[in-house]
Design a protein around this ligand. Structure first.
Ligand code: AVJ
Length: 322
C-alpha cells in the first residue's frame, strides 16, 4: 500500500482570514477550521474521550453497528472520499466492510496535516484498501478525487462527526449543493449529524470541567501567536460556550477579560478588545432528523436511510445523489 500525498498551496491565507475576522464590525470572528493545528488536533482527540462529550462515541457506535448495512446500500465498485478524516478510527468500520468484497480506494481529505498523518497510521493495516491522503480544503479535495475516478466507479463521500453543523445555516445546505454538483447521480453521501438534546448537557459537552475544550478554543490564540507573530496574553481571555436558541446551535467564543490591544505582526494588524467582548470561534448546530432529510432534498439528494443512536442522540444519514 503506497501513500501519495497531494499537498495544498502554501497558506498565507491564515493571515488574511484572521485579519478579516478580527476587523469585522460588531461581532469578531475566526474560522473554526483553524482550531486544528497539531496542538488543536490532539486536544480534540482528548475531547472525544471526555465523558461529557458523547458525540464521537455515538458516531462510532452507529458505524460499528451498521457498517455492513450501510455499504450494502451502495452498489458496485466504490471510491471512498472522506471530508475531514480526523483520526480515522470511525472510518475503519466502513472500510473493513467495503474491502471484504471489493478493492477500495480511500481518499482522506484534510486541511490538518497532523490529522491526516494520524489517520494514515491508524488505517495502514487494512490490506485491501489503498490510501491516498489529500491535504486540501474539502471541496477542492473532492473535485480532485472526482476527477480521478474511473468509469463505472461510484463515489461514497463520508462526512462524519457532525462537522456539517459547523457551517452557519443555510451555508450547510449550500455546501451540500456544491458537493452535489461534483457528484454523479447514484453517488452516495454518508452524513453524520448531532441531534438536539437538553441545553445543560450541551453546555457540559462544550465547557467540560477539566478545561480541555477551553484549551482547545484558546489554542487558536496561541496558534496566532506562534504562526503570525502576535502578542495575545492567553491569561486575559476566557473560553465561553453558549446555546443560541434561535439557531439551535452551541457557539464557542473567546471572551476578553479586560480592555486590551493586540498586535499581529504578520497580518499587519492591531486590534482593540473591550472587556467582555468576544471572538466567535465555532458554531455547532444540533439537528432534528426531519431537518436533515429536508436539507438533503433541497440540496439534490434523496435520504435513503437514517440510523439513530439513542444514548447520545445522533444520526447517520445515507443520502443518494439524484
Ligand atoms: C468536530 C465539529 C464535531 O462541533 O462538536 C468539539 C468540534 N468543538 N468541542 C463539534 C468541537 C468543541 C466538534 N466537531
Amino acid at each position: 500500500m503506497v501513500i501519495h500525498p497531494i499537498i495544498a498551496d502554501p497558506v498565507s491565507e491564515f493571515a488574511e482570514e484572521v485579519c478579516n475576522g478580527l476587523n469585522k464590525p460588531g461581532q469578531k470572528e475566526l474560522p473554526s477550521k483553524y482550531l486544528y493545528d497539531e496542538v488543536g488536533s490532539r486536544l480534540f482527540e482528548v475531547i472525544c474521550a471526555l465523558p461529557e462529550y458523547g458525540l464521537t462515541r455515538a458516531d462510532e457506535r452507529l458505524l460499528r453497528k451498521h457498517a455492513r448495512e450501510i455499504v450494502e446500500r451502495v452498489r458496485g465498485e466504490v471510491v471512498v472520499a472522506e471530508l475531514g478524516s480526523g483520526s480515522g478510527k470511525k472510518t475503519r468500520w466502513i472500510l473493513e466492510a467495503l474491502s471484504r468484497h471489493r478493492p477500495t480506494s480511500y481518499y482522506p481529505i484534510e486541511i490538518s496535516a497532523t490529522a491526516l498523518a494520524m489517520c494514515e497510521r491508524e488505517l495502514a493495516d487494512i490490506d485491501a484498501i489503498s490510501i491516498v491522503g489529500c491535504e486540501r480544503e474539502y471541496l477542492d479535495g473532492l473535485l480532485e478525487v472526482a476527477a480521478r475516478r474511473l468509469r463505472g466507479q461510484r463515489l461514497l463521500v463520508l462526512f462524519l462527526g457532525s462537522t456539517i453543523g459547523n457551517f452557519d445555516r443555510p451555508a450547510d445546505i449550500s455546501f451540500l449543493r456544491e458537493m452535489r454538483l461534483i457528484l454523479e447521480p447514484g453517488d452516495a453521501l454518508l452524513l453524520g449529524t448531532d441531534l438536539e438534546k437538553p441545553v445543560l448537557q450541551l453546555i457540559d459537552a462544550y465547557d467540560d470541567p477539566l478545561g480541555v475544550t477551553a484549551a482547545f478554543n484558546l489554542n487558536l490564540l496561541a496558534r496566532i501567536n506562534r504562526e503570525l507573530d502576535a502578542d495575545f496574553v492567553l491569561e486575559r481571555y476566557a473560553h465561553a460556550a453558549r446555546f443560541n436558541a434561535d439557531t439551535r446551535s452551541i457557539e464557542m467564543h473567546i471572551s476578553s477579560a479586560c480592555d486590551q490591544m493586540v498586535t499581529i505582526k504578520k497580518a499587519g494588524l492591531s486590534v482593540p478588545f473591550q472587556k467582555g467582548e468576544t471572538i466567535w470561534t465555532e458554531t455547532s448546530h444540533k439537528y432534528s432528523v426531519e431537518e436533515v432529510a429536508d436539507m438533503a432534498e433541497h440540496a439534490g439528494f434523496r435520504c435513503d436511510a437514517q440510523w439513530i443512536d439513542h444514548e447520545w442522540p445522533f444520526a447517520e444519514n445515507l443520502l443518494i445523489a439524484e
